[in-house]
Design a protein around this ligand. Structure first.
Ligand SMILES: *Cc1c(COP(=O)(O)O)cnc(C)c1O
Length: 251
């Protein structure tokens, strides 16, 4: 039994090989949609996995990581900062950390001091605190508004109706740069309906950009996860957030 168990563990595909597959999947979906594969970025969602898993992904060329839980994320960011400071990592490109989980007011300082992007802003008060608390020696925080595109009752996210006003208010905050919209629709029964929901997020971004009132148009549509990469890319996603397909199941 022990032998069988070990062989199953050893058969687990490596993070490097999973990353290669996900990148191929992104390229195929982009080509099928008539888009440049480089127009879609891959955010590796490392929530619940340790710093060792992130290091494995970095060694396979991944540089952008998403975290849902603030404390866990900050611990990993700090662990990776120490690892990057070792002489052996001297040629390594910088990492980019995205906060993609719910943020309570009492956690904004940690977020402002440690992350590069925040994709889960859904109310002005959180944005104001992030702007006030962003340290002066760091570049502005890159922001996406989380939109509750399919109206799930218990879901976070600004409603599509309120998104324009929030975008215009967030764009005025001095230490933030508004980059785009992020959405987490409910799982869809098939690719066509998944795509249709993602297209509503694309249309909302286009509508807000067209209305003006922003210092620069938003350029980021963060949508698509392990299960709905292809329909999200067909609908115009510029950043897919992938956890399971890279790191495995979260148990
Ligand atoms: C967990 C999570 C993901 C990744 O989901 P997978 O299905 O594991 O790819 C992406 N975005 C957000 C906001 C998440 O919470």
């Amino acid at each position: 039994m022990t032998f069988l168990h070990n062989s199953v563990v050893n058969d687990k595909p490596s993070i490097a090989s999973q990353l290669t597959q996900v990148r191929q999947h992104i390229t195929q979906a982009a080509v099928a949609a008539g888009r440049e594969p480089d127009s879609v970025r891959l955010l590796a969602v490392s929530k619940t996995f340790g710093a060792d898993a992130v290091i494995e992904a970095v060694q396979a060329g991944q540089t952008a990581f998403g975290e849902n839980y603030i404390q866990e994320g900050v611990e990993k960011i700090q662990a990776l900062r120490q690892w990057l400071a070792e002489p052996a990592q001297s040629g390594q490109a910088a990492l980019e950390w995205h906060c993609i989980g719910p943020i309570q007011s009492n956690k904004t300082r940690w977020v402002a001091e440690n992350f590069d992007w925040v994709q889960s802003v859904d109310r002005l008060k959180i944005a104001q605190r992030l702007s006030e608390q962003r340290p002066a020696d760091l570049p502005p925080l890159q922001i996406c508004l989380q939109v509750n595109i399919d109206g799930g009752a218990n879901k976070s996210g600004v409603s599509p109706e309120d998104a324009m006003a929030l975008a215009q208010a967030v764009a005025k905050l001095p230490r933030l740069v508004l980059r785009g919209l992020m959405a987490i629709p409910e799982p869809a029964p098939d690719e066509a309906s998944a795509r249709a929901v993602h297209e509503r997020t694309s249309a909302l971004l286009a509508q807000i950009n067209a209305a003006g009132g922003l210092p620069q148009p938003m350029d980021t549509l963060s949508m698509g996860m392990s299960a709905d990469l292809a329909p999200a890319i067909a609908a115009g996603s510029t950043m897919v957030r992938v956890g399971t397909a890279i790191f495995g199941g979260r148990g």
